[in-house]
Write a protein that binds this ligand. Sequence first.
Ligand code: MEV
Length: 322
Amino acid sequence: MASSPGQIFLFGEHAVVYGFPALATAINMRTEVQAELGSNNKIEIHSQGVGKLEGEVKEVNGKWSIKKKSGDSEKLRFVTEVIQLTLNHIDRGDGFRIYIKSDLPPGSGLGSSSAVTTATAAAVSSALGKNLTREEISDLAYNSELEVQGAASRTGVNVATYGGFLKIQESEKKSLERLPKLKILIGYTGNYSNTGKLVGNVRGLKESRPTIVNPILKAIGKATESGIESLEEGNLERVGVLMNANQSLLRGLNVSSPHLNDLIQAARSSGALGAKLTGAGGGGCMIALSQEDIDRISKSISEAGGESMEAKIGAEGLKNDQ
Ligand code: MEV
């Protein structure tokens, strides 16, 4: 059994893909994966609320791969991909029964794919009696994300693996121990957030309008730096102002959506210190910062048509119980 947290970006999504800093943090909403060895190389994957798949683990051209017999392979691609990579990394094929349950809606922009890939790599390797390092697990998860969705930063898998608060820049990840474990409100639009597509759209915009887009990305990096300083000083009002500035810059990258804008506006006008989208955008979730007006903000997010959830930031990373 292994579990990993979901995540939010307090600052810096999209700009992080181009080497600017981002601040991401684990939330206390998790994905849990249980892996049991099966027989005759048979594989069964049951993911609560997502789908089911049955198949066989076979060696094809010297590589272990999953041959589907029935079920929904598209929805479970992150899971099948990371299982294959883990079996090839350990160099052992076997059958499994895998049970997944998650607090994180898939495609919600809360890092559901990084949570499921890291927890699956940990659960599958443990079931085979092999304890992989955190580094190995986050590499397997990252490679499976690259395979399924194309270009991505390592933010998601790093937060899912190590938890806490991470400042990510290029290949560096710095754990920030002193940041406050605040409450945060999350508003879910109910719409799918397609990371691969949105990252591709921003790349296209950057290529066609570099003189406009490059300064926006740079300014997002500055908002991240100032946001970290303000969190360290406990100046939440300033954190809120910087979150709002980050949201305006994200709108300049064309990754927000009318529904996200409505939820963000609803949160701000009912007392949030700051509000912005989190993750890739396009749909998915927004976050709002307030320590006092949580109930009022939550109600106005619901009235604006969002699903409101309260979470705590700075949560624990991957847990692997054998
Ligand atoms: C998606 O959750 C966050 C992006 O910055 C992409 C990435 O970092 O891989 C948009």
